[in-house]
Design a protein around this ligand. Structure first.
Ligand SMILES: NC(=O)C1=CN([C@@H]2O[C@H](COP(=O)(O)OP(=O)(O)OC[C@H]3O[C@@H](n4cnc5c(N)ncnc54)[C@H](O)[C@@H]3O)[C@@H](O)[C@H]2O)C=CC1
Ligand SMILES: NCC(=O)COP(=O)(O)O
Length: 310
């Protein structure tokens, strides 16, 4: 039998659903990889007891992640934010030291990170800084992946963030790291992709970036800016597996409408492999005995396994 890869799993916000996913799916995860959970035993026991779940055998944990605190299901808290961040940092530390082959992250709450004084909006943002690399956030599944040119910024900053230098670099990095086999659909920004300048001009910059990228790659990879409200209709989707969106909800609203259950989040263009679930902390259903959908979590781990097999 093939040696399984070791994967550090950061435990996410312990007031949310991540720990239930980890406990309930340990058996399935162990068929794919060897997981190491970045959580102290005492915190694990507290969570398992609150969930009324037993701790599976050979559930490998790590001590001294962060101070013990009382789990408060569904509550945004500084303590839980600090623990989630420390757990993520431990997972990255293991990957940096080559003690694991990859990292997979359970969901964190952005406000809890902020309350804990964490300066990053999310994992991707932090990884960019940790590795001084231009990480690319891509979510999806083999039927449809969407990479985000801008992500966790306010909407009123999107248009001014679109410039040819950064977008050209992004397109080239995306091509090298996502390795798309087919033409990649690039979205315009404005309604009707600007309608030849009637409704905005950012498409001129997007077009220029696409041309620059084609020249530097010496191949034709990307479409011209597509009309965003048409780009995800079934007959257009039939032509593409990879999309590039100019902002978060332009890409993720259609993706999650179509593939929320099975989708994952992958950080491209980094020296380590990091995947994640595509959903958040789901505080509304945490510790309430709800049956969770675990497909995103399992697929996030499966992606790591399949990358190893390639
Ligand atoms: N990978 C990560 O760390 C991510 C973190 N977040 C963060 O999570 C927090 C909460 O985000 P929301 O917008 O409320 O989205 P959410 O994904 O936590 O919840 C949206 C809806 O989907 C349901 N849901 C989510 N995952 C589920 C699962 N596995 N099984 C069954 N139902 C599930 C929830 O109950 C809720 O009704 C925010 O701070 C957000 O930024 C959001 C996405 C990814
Ligand atoms: N919308 C994706 C999300 O919020 C997760 O971001 P990250 O934590 O993977 O950077």
């Amino acid at each position: 039998m093939q040696n399984l890869q070791q994967v550090a799993i950061s435990i996410g916000d312990l007031n949310g659903i991540g720990i239930q996913l980890a406990l309930e799916n340990h058996g399935k995860i162990c068929e794919l990889v060897k997981p190491i959970y970045c959580i102290d035993r005492a915190m694990l026991k507290q969570a398992a007891s609150k969930l009324n779940l037993s701790i599976p055998e050979e559930f490998q944990t790590i001590e001294d992640i962060a101070p013990y605190f009382e789990i408060k299901p569904g509550i945004v808290s500084k303590e839980s934010g600090a623990y989630a961040y420390a757990s993520f940092c431990k997972a990255v530390e293991l990957a940096k030291a080559h003690a694991v082959d990859a990292v997979s992250t359970l969901p964190i709450h952005k406000k809890a990170w902020e309350l804990a004084g964490v300066k990053y909006k999310g994992h991707t943002d932090a990884l960019r800084d940790f590795f001084d690399a231009k990480a690319i956030m891509m979510l999806g599944c083999p039927k449809m992946y969407v990479a985000l040119f801008t992500e966790h910024i306010p909407l009123n900053e999107v248009a001014k963030s679109i410039n040819a230098k950064d977008l050209t670099r992004f397109l080239i990095d995306f091509y090298h790291t996502a390795q798309p086999k087919n033409t990649v659909a690039v979205l315009g920004l404005n309604p009707h992709a600007g309608d030849e300048g009637v409704l905005g001009n950012e498409e001129t910059i997007i077009n220029e970036s696409i041309k620059n990228a084609h020249k530097q790659l010496d191949k034709h990879v990307f479409t011209s800016p597509l009309v965003p409200d048409v780009a995800f209709t079934p007959h257009v989707r039939a032509h593409y597996t990879h999309y590039i969106a100019m902002y978060h909800d332009q890409g993720l609203a259609p993706l999650k409408a179509l593939y929320f259950d099975e989708g994952i989040n992958v950080s491209l263009n980094l020296p380590i492999l990091r995947t994640s679930v595509d959903h958040g902390t789901a505080f509304d259903i945490a510790y309430k005995g709800f049956k969770l959908n675990a497909l995103s979590y399992i697929n996030a781990i499966r992606y790591i396994r399949e990358r190893d097999e390639k």
